[in-house]
Design a protein around this ligand. Structure first.
Ligand code: ATP
Length: 290
């Protein structure tokens, strides 16, 4: 298996005059569960669509599973579930599985049928008659029957209620444990990703703000709270919040030496991401986030 599942260099995609993604340099290690986060319009779907060959780059390079993405080079090894869990609504569940078998060279019916049986999803139901949670489960079962090495899911739980979200994520994690494939999933909800993912990519207005192991990110960052007058001496400040003569700093780098004027606090992932996004955001967004 390749050690890098997705490698991009200077990757960019422009729609007419507007860049949806630009200067994107990432290396996603294989076998990981990757969270892709960012506000609306950050470029998450664009990056995912590039990775599965649904869009062509405007500039830069993109390799998936060790090969440059061109029509059909690697796509039989990649499965993609879009935000709408797009499927033929008039097909029955069984017909969806059969269609998958016809369309894919690599395919194992049993993977889909076993998962659908475990979830008590009737094979003769029409897709359009299923609940949102069931439809998402069928989309996942069909994607897994492809035995993908890379599974990409664009906001897979956005339209689901909390119970259906939990069930889908638990099936996803079980499948990941069984197959060892690389999983990339996007979400707006960082707390949801923290439990599932071990690698994080943060996008904001088409730019990569962070791309790293979650454990490393948490290890490398800390919050310093102390006198505003001492802030100028601190290196690696990502975000600053002033409160009178006190200041709170999100810092990437070494912790201060003992005896410094700073209280050092642990930072959780949600706070970390929010600070990166507000650090880069226009004033209006900073006010909303405060
Ligand atoms: N087909 C298109 N034509 C023109 N502009 C587009 C098109 N698709 C996306 N964009 C623009 O590109 C930018 C990135 O969009 P993208 O859908 O990749 O963001 P996203 O992070 O997935 O957003 P969301 O969380 O809302 O789904 C946005 O400004 C969007 O308006």
């Amino acid at each position: 298996m390749n050690e890098i599942a997705i490698r991009t260099s200077g990757l960019g995609k422009r729609y007419r005059k507007k860049w949806a993604l630009r200067g994107c340099d990432i290396e996603v290690p294989a076998g990981r569960v990757v969270g892709l986060v960012g506000p609306n319009g950050a470029g998450k779907s664009t990056l995912m669509n590039l990775a599965v060959g649904l869009l062509a780059p405007t500039e830069g390079t993109l390799e998936v599973l060790g090969r440059e993405v061109r029509a059909n080079t690697v796509l039989h090894r990649v499965a993609y579930i879009d935000q709408e869990h797009t499927m033929y609504r008039n097909f029955t569940v069984r017909e969806m599985v059969k269609t998958g078998r016809k369309l894919n060279a690599r395919w194992d019916d049993r993977i889909a049928f076993d998962r659908l049986a475990e979830l008590n999803i009737p094979l003769d139901s029409r897709i359009g008659a299923l609940s949102g949670g069931q439809r998402a489960q069928v989309a996942l079962a069909v994607a897994l029957a492809k035995e993908p090495e890379l599974l990409i899911l664009d906001e897979p739980v956005a339209s689901l209620d909390p119970l259906a979200r939990r069930e889908l994520m638990s099936v996803l994690m079980e499948a990941k444990a069984d197959s060892g494939c690389t999983v990339v999933l996007s979400s707006h909800v960082v707390s949801e990703l923290e439990r599932l993912c071990d690698y994080l990519i943060v996008l904001d207005r088409g730019q990569v703000k962070l791309a790293d192991d979650i454990d490393d990110l948490l290890e490398q960052h800390h919050l310093l709270v102390g006198p505003a007058a001492a802030a100028a001496d601190v290196a690696g400040v990502v975000h600053r919040e002033d409160r009178g003569d006190r200041v709170s700093l999100l810092v990437r780098g070494d912790r201060p030496a003992p005896g410094s004027p700073w209280d050092v606090l642990h930072v959780d992932l949600e706070t970390l991401v929010m600070h990166y996004l507000t650090a880069a955001a226009p004033t209006r967004l900073r006010e909303v986030a405060a």
